[in-house]
Ligand binder design. Structure first.
Ligand code: PLP
Length: 345
């Protein structure tokens, strides 16, 4: 057998082992999910080998008539599920969706507020010296929200003072980013709408983690609370394929479209758009029961860890209002997370 054939067989064998392992594992990684058989069958269609580029009906490539119809259905389902005036379903990942949002809302080098990574922000929200997407790719200066560790949320009063102080100093803030990767409680979006209007600031919301809960009405509703635009990856509490979207008020449509294409994307992984349509339809039909169960599971896990003596954060707030449960392990033998992870594997 040739060396390459051995490697070819090895890859199939490793995939089989991985699938078998995952089928017997309780996976507690909050940023992952399991998509339905219908989503999986959609993402292996011929779209996976095609190009489209551009908006449905205005494609650069031929051969797109069915692809266009599917993408238009996906857009309609996304708008319906999130009650959004506009949806761009092309970004291929949450980071790309965030880049599209930054590009639409800000000029390069503009200053923004975001959650620090230590308090749950995502690397795509972070400064240049941390290698963050916002700083490194777009040159944005990132100021961090002042955080209330006890409430595990943005400190509204102190953050408001910080924004006013910066505006008065001439260090203008152009963009307020809410949302993050460690996200047990809704962020105070509506509290900042007034100051945003006063200084002409745009509000964005990264719903990657909680978008399934938002869609089902169990978290907050950023587009009604004052966010101008919202990004989401589509494979966390929304159990779709690995992909992303930007949802926004209509007035942002043209800027977001141009940021996605030709700004950031050439092809946009059309098979995943098809899979996303299926996941969105499933959420419209079953999302309320599905999300209710996610929240019940998270609360039950938090409660039983607490009863067994673990330091689950925010007991006074019922531990969590999302799928995320946080345990302070710093004073326990579990404090080396990497070692614990390796032991469990
Ligand atoms: C808040 C947040 N935004 C963006 C992303 C990036 O999404 P993706 O991995 O699809 O690029 C993540 C990933 O976990 C995230 O937690």
């Amino acid at each position: 057998m040739s060396e390459h054939k051995k490697l070819y067989d090895e890859v199939f064998s490793l995939i089989e082992k991985h699938d078998d392992w995952m089928s017997k594992t309780i996976n507690l990684i909050a940023s992952e999910n399991v998509s339905s058989p219908a989503v999986r069958s959609a993402i292996v269609c011929d779209f996976r080998d095609r190009y489209a580029e551009g908006w449905p009906g205005e494609r650069v490539y031929a051969g797109c008539k069915y692809i266009d119809e599917v993408e238009l259905i996906t857009i309609d389902l996304a708008k319906k599920l999130y009650r959004a005036e506009f949806a761009d379903v092309r970004p291929v990942s949450g980071v790309v969706a965030n880049l599209a949002m930054y590009t639409a809302a800000m000029e390069p080098l503009d200053r923004m507020m975001a959650l620090s990574i230590a308090r749950g922000g995502h690397i795509s929200h972070a400064r240049k010296d941390l290698g963050g997407t916002a700083g490194q790719i777009r040159g944005h200066k990132v100021r961090n929200w002042i955080f209330d560790d006890k409430e595990f949320n943005i400190d509204v009063e102190e953050s408001m003072k910080e924004i006013r102080k910066l505006q008065e100093k001439g260090d203008e803030i152009k963009f307020l980013l809410f949302g993050g990767s460690v996200f047990p409680f809704p962020h105070p979006v509506k509290e900042f709408r007034e100051i945003a209007d006063e200084y002409g600031i745009t509000i964005g919301y990264d719903s990657a983690h909680v978008s399934g809960l938002i869609a089902s009405g169990f978290f907050q509703d950023p587009l009604r609370e004052g966010a101008d635009m919202m990004t989401t990856s589509t494979h966390k509490t929304l159990p779709g394929p690995q992909h992303a979207m930007v949802l926004a008020k209509e007035e942002w449509a043209e800027k977001i479209k141009r940021a996605s294409f030709p700004g950031l994307l050439s092809n946009h992984h059309l098979h995943n758009v098809a899979g996303l349509a299926i996941a969105l339809a499933e959420m419209i039909e079953f999302g309320v029961d599905y999300s209710r169960q996610i929240m019940k599971n998270a609360k039950a896990l938090a409660q039983s860890l607490h009863e067994r003596g673990w330091q689950v954060i925010a007991e006074h707030k019922g531990f969590t209002q999302s799928h995320v449960v946080l345990v302070d392990v710093t004073e326990t033998p579990m404090k080396d997370g990497r070692a614990v992870e390796e032991n469990l594997e």
